[in-house]
Ligand binder design. Sequence first.
Ligand SMILES: Cc1cc2nc3c(=O)[nH]c(=O)nc-3n(C[C@H](O)[C@H](O)[C@H](O)COP(=O)(O)O)c2cc1C
Length: 171
Amino acid sequence: MIDILRKRRSIRIYKEKEIDPDTIDKLKEAALRSPSSRGINPWRFFFVADKAKLARLSEAKEHGSAFLKDAGLGVVVCADERQSDVWIEDCSIASIIMQLAGQEVGLGSCWVQIRNRLHKDGQTSEDYVRNILDLPGNVRVESIISFGYPDEKKPPVPKEQLEFDKIVCVD
Ligand SMILES: Cc1cc2nc3c(=O)[nH]c(=O)nc-3n(C[C@H](O)[C@H](O)[C@H](O)COP(=O)(O)O)c2cc1C
C-alpha cells in the first residue's frame, strides 16, 4: 500500500485505449468495499464510459474538468443525502479508494470536484451533472473520478518534500 501511495499522482492525460472490463470490475468492487459511517453505504456510483456523456460531463465547471472528455471512464460519485448526514465523508472515502485501486491496476486518475462548484450562469456543477444523469434532488454529487491509461509521467513526490511539520506527536 505504501508503494501505491508513493506512486500515486493526479493524471489528467490518457491514452486512447479502452479500459478492459475486468479492470472496471475491480474499480466497482473497490467502490463497494469502501467503509461508510454506520455501514449505511449511502453512495451511488455512475460508471460513465460513453464518449458523448463524458464530453458533456467535462463541461461541468469552467476549470478543472476538461480532461474528462478524453478519459476512458468517469465515475460520478453521488449519495442519497436522506440516508446519511455524513454522505460527503462517505463519498470522499469511496473516491480515494477507487483512485488507489486504479493505481494498483495501472490506471491514472484525477478527482474532479463537483459539490460546491459552479458550472456557468449561476448554475451549480451539481445541478448540471444531475441533469445529465437525470438524478433526483435528494441524490447529491460529490465528485467525478476520471480514469484512463496514463499518457503523462509524473514522478512521486520525494519524501523530503513531505510536510512533516504538519504532524505533531503528542506524548
Ligand atoms: C477534494 C479534491 C478536489 C479536487 N478537485 C480537482 C478538480 O476539480 N480538478 C483537478 O484537475 N484536480 C482536482 N484535484 C486534484 C488535486 O489538484 C491534486 O490531488 C493535488 O494538486 C495534488 O497533486 P497529486 O494528486 O498529483 O499529488 C482534487 C483533489 C481533491 C483531493
